[in-house]
Each structure stands twice: as structure tokens, then as C-alpha cells.
Write a protein that binds this ligand. Structure first.
Ligand SMILES: C[S@@+](CC[C@H](N)C(=O)[O-])C[C@H]1O[C@@H](n2cnc3c(N)ncnc32)[C@H](O)[C@@H]1O
Length: 238
């Protein structure tokens, strides 16, 4: 598989800005309000990229926010530019104490992990009782072709579209009560339109990012009908 990750590529940064996901801060803000997050609460952004959400939570809501991401390149950008409290690491092994956060965000990140099940267990561990797990990510509106899509060779979250039913079961089994589940496919469509405006076509975008010739990926992706969701789960109380 190619080592060029789409999310580390300047070609996507120039379309999305520092939030490397559909919708920018729209769903972040929606989740903050839905969870009633307040000043001085402790929040972790897993897969924080350059730390755009960490900065937003700190500047606009005075929330004590932290971020973690395995990309040295993206963490360095966020630290050098804004001096944010960002760690290098993976969602599957969080270097934080049990019950130490009021909320954990994963924004377009869970789909990129080697083991999202392990990350969900870790997120549950570091959340305080009654804490919130907020996930926005990609899913297949037609999950029938997910396995075929996974066999393709592109380092983008779009290769790992979730089967929403399976994901919900895993989150529920871990002990989260799901309070919000919303479809935001419109944001993914909007991002694709913005990419087409910037590059002329999606094909041209894939060419300048990771895969000029990955027809197989494009075909399977179309069959899967990509969508985008926002989900909020609450950890069981004491
Ligand atoms: C599409 S970007 C989203 C970044 C950020 N959440 C945002 O919305 O701007 C996906 C991020 O997931 C990170 N990532 C990949 N594998 C990960 C893992 N195992 N644990 C945590 N983050 C991971 C990538 O380094 C990248 O920064």
C-alpha cells in the first residue's frame, strides 16, 4: 500500500483548511452543545491532525482540550504554529489515566485506525463515568461492497467506510448509551463539490494525492455509496 496519506497531503489541506474533514467545525459545535460541554472541562481529540479542534475548543469555549495523533508531520505543524498541547500516539493505546476526560472526539479518524475496536475500549477507559464519546466519520450507505473496497490500496478514510450497524453494536456492547445518531452525508457531498471546483474533477484530485490509476478504488467506492454520520455515546454513570 502507498505510504502517502491523503490527510497529510497539501492538496486536501488547501480545500479543507486546517480541519481535515467534511463540515469543518459545524459538527464539533453541534456536539459541544448536545453534550453541554463547559469551560474548564477536559476534552481529548483522538486523531487530532494539526489540532484545529483542540484550538477551537480552547479559544471559543475555554475548554481544557488536548490532542493525540500518530502523524509527526501534522503534530509538528499544530505545535509549531499554535503551541497546542498535542501528543504523538495512537487511539489504540492512549497514554492517559483512567476516567480523566469529560469527552473524547474522533473526527474522521476512527475509520483510519488499525483497530477501531481497541480504540473504543481505550476511549471508554479514559472517559469519566457519564463522559461523552463523539464520533463523526464515513460509512457505507450500501455496505455490501465494503470488503471489496478494503482490498484496494489507498490511505484514506474512504477506503475504510464503516458498516454503521456493526459499529453501533460495538459501541453499544462496550457500554455506551447512544444518544445522537445523525446522517450528515450532505457535508461529504459538499466537500466533494469543493474538491471538484478546486481540481476540475475527483479523478484529478486522486491523481495529485495518492492514486492516479486506482480505478478499482474509485469503482468500489461508488458502489459503497459513501455517507457521513455524527454519533454521540455516553459512558455509563457510577
Ligand atoms: C482525516 S484526518 C482528520 C484529522 C482531524 N481529526 C481533523 O478533522 O482535522 C485523520 C487523522 O487520523 C489520524 N490517525 C491515523 N491513524 C490513527 C490512529 N491509529 N490513532 C489516532 N489517529 C490516527 C491521522 O494521522 C490523521 O491526522
Amino acid at each position: 500500500m502507498t505510504n502517502n496519506a491523503v490527510y497529510e497531503n497539501d492538496s486536501i489541506i488547501c480545500v479543507t483548511g486546517e480541519t481535515l474533514r467534511p463540515g469543518g467545525f459545524l459538527l464539533t459545535e453541534r456536539a459541544i452543545l448536545a453534550c453541554g460541554l463547559e469551560k474548564n472541562q477536559r476534552v481529548l481529540d483522538v486523531g487530532c491532525g494539526m489540532g484545529a479542534t483542540v484550538k477551537f475548543l480552547r479559544d471559543d469555549f475555554q475548554i481544557e482540550a488536548f490532542g493525540i495523533d500518530p502523524s509527526e508531520k501534522l503534530i509538528k505543524l499544530g505545535k509549531d504554529k499554535y503551541g497546542l498541547p498535542l501528543d504523538i500516539g495512537k487511539g489504540e493505546i492512549l497514554p492517559y489515566e483512567d476516567s480523566s476526560f469529560d469527552a473524547v472526539f474522533t473526527e474522521c479518524t476512527l475509520s483510519l485506525m488499525d483497530s477501531y475496536e481497541r480504540a473504543i475500549r481505550e476511549i471508554y477507559r479514559v472517559l469519566k463515568p457519564g463522559g461523552f464519546f463523539i464520533a463523526a466519520d464515513v460509512y457505507a450507505r450500501n455496505p455490501e461492497y465494503i470488503d471489496e473496497l478494503k482490498k484496494t490500496e489507498v490511505k484514506s478514510c474512504l477506503r475504510n467506510l464503516f458498516d454503521l450497524g456493526t459499529l453501533l453494536n460495538k459501541i453499544d456492547d462496550k457500554g455506551f448509551e447512544i444518544s445522537v445518531l445523525e446522517d450528515w452525508t450532505s457535508l461529504l457531498k459538499k466537500l466533494m463539490v469543493e474538491i471538484i471546483f478546486e481540481y476540475g474533477s475527483m479523478a484529478e484530485f486522486w491523481k495529485v494525492t495518492t492514486c492516479g490509476n486506482c480505478e478499482d478504488f474509485k469503482d468500489k467506492l461508488t458502489l459503497c455509496k459513501p455517507g457521513y454520520f455524527l454519533l454521540i455515546g455516553e459512558k455509563e454513570g457510577e
